[in-house]
Design a protein around this ligand. Structure first.
Ligand code: IPM
Ligand code: MG
Length: 370
């Protein structure tokens, strides 16, 4: 039987609650479908800091490196607001991305028909929305050096972050965007700020050249990132695949998330390059939402983004396409049936907690895969 090694990092806040719902699905797939998932679990973020004084321990990093895929919940919370910058909860996530070389972050923004009215935009603008944001995840201003605050005398300090991109980094993320577009509506919109940033000039040139060389069958458009943000809320359905850098991708994906009704809906996959020998990619799957400390521990968090992240894991790490389709369909069906967590509640629907939402999705998944 195939063994599929999963390393779970539930993290802080609502992370453990939402991960609990994925655990139920894994247990079902092992029992009923012989899926062969073997899980191990570690600490990340504030919970890792409390236990080890680091945002992730070296031992857990090793397990993440060795796993077929990492499932990540969320990190952070007011409890750790004052911890040193180097060991703040987010540092654990950034280390995972950097050390596992997860350069390609796929953030789909899909508006489930049942939720069109939960969006802050008019339903007709978002109904049927299906965008894929491809965010570069291991470069740019997140990791560029120097990154520091220095004393410059006279009571003044200077803060420096460095936005830096090399040709190969832009080429490879562009390649992922064009390949993904071919499996969808075959359109890519690249976003940068070439009017103010040298990194934007190079980004634009390299994406244009990569397109011309290998992907001229795909329709390519360039947009300044600020205009792109505006277009995302003006007419979001004009987009298919958006490719952009680490910082713009962070911001634009939160905007796109809100179009779909709630931040609690959006999954993401962070992928490395395929291994030359095995073809396998290192991968981490995580909801786009954060740890939501205000509602943590109350059993009311929406587990859909976490469950949908597991669906992406089935699809991209294990090639279990039918299972991924079924799980995504189960989510849509449950929403259609009028079951809602508080964040996506609307008049006439039935409000449930985290576990009840998870159970409803699992029951539907069972029915679909019977
Ligand atoms: C995200 C988050 C992270 C980021 C934080 C938690 C470091 O906002 O994944 O979008 O900025 O990348
Ligand atoms: Mg973000």
């Amino acid at each position: 039987m195939t063994v599929r090694n999963l390393f779970l990092l539930p993290g802080d806040g609502i992370g453990p609650e939402t991960m609990g719902e994925v655990r139920k699905i894994i247990a079902y797939m092992n029992e009923a479908k012989d899926a062969g998932f073997v899980t191990d679990e570690g600490l990340v973020g504030g919970s890792a800091y409390d236990a080890h004084g680091a945002a992730i321990s070296d031992a857990d990093m090793e397990k993440a490196m060795a796993a077929d895929a990492v499932l990540f919940g969320a990190v952070g919370g007011p409890k750790w607001d004052a911890v040193p910058y180097e060991v703040r909860p987010e540092a654990g996530l950034l280390r995972l991305r950097k050390d596992l070389k997860l350069f390609a972050n796929l953030r789909p923004a899909i508006c489930y028909p049942a939720l069109a009215s939960a969006s802050s935009l008019k339903p007709e603008l978002v109904e049927g929305l299906d965008i894929l944001i491809i965010r570069e995840l291991t470069g740019g201003v997140y990791f560029g050096e120097p990154k520091e605050i220095v004393d410059i005398g006279n009571g003044q300090k200077r803060a420096i972050d460095t936005q830096v991109y090399d040709t190969y980094e832009i080429e490879r993320i562009g390649g992922v965007a064009f390949e993904m577009a071919r499996t969808r509506s075959n359109r890519v919109c690249s976003m940068e700020k070439r009017n103010v940033m040298k990194s934007g000039v190079l980004w634009n040139q390299v994406i244009t050249a990569t397109h011309k060389e290998k992907y001229s069958d795909v329709q390519l458009e360039h947009m300044l990132a600020d205009a792109g943000g505006m277009q995302l809320v003006r007419q979001p359905k004009q987009f298919d695949v958006i490719v952009t850098d680490n910082l713009f991708g962070d911001m634009l994906s939160d905007v796109a998330a809100m179009l779909t009704g709630s931040l609690g809906m959006l999954p993401s996959a962070s992928l490395g390059a395929p291994n030359a020998l095995t073809g396998k990619r290192k991968a981490l799957y995580e909801p786009v939402h954060g740890s939501a400390p205000d509602i943590a521990g109350k059993g009311i968090a929406n587990p859909i983004a976490m469950i949908a992240s597991f669906a992406m894991c089935l699809r991209y790490s294990f090639g279990m396409v039918a299972e991924a389709d079924a799980l995504e369909k189960a989510i849509a069906n449950v929403l259609d049936s009028g079951i809602r967590t508080g964040d996506i509640m609307s008049a006439g629907s039935r409000q449930v907690g985290t576990a009840e939402m998870g159970d409803a999705i699992l029951a539907e998944f069972k029915a679909l895969s019977a």
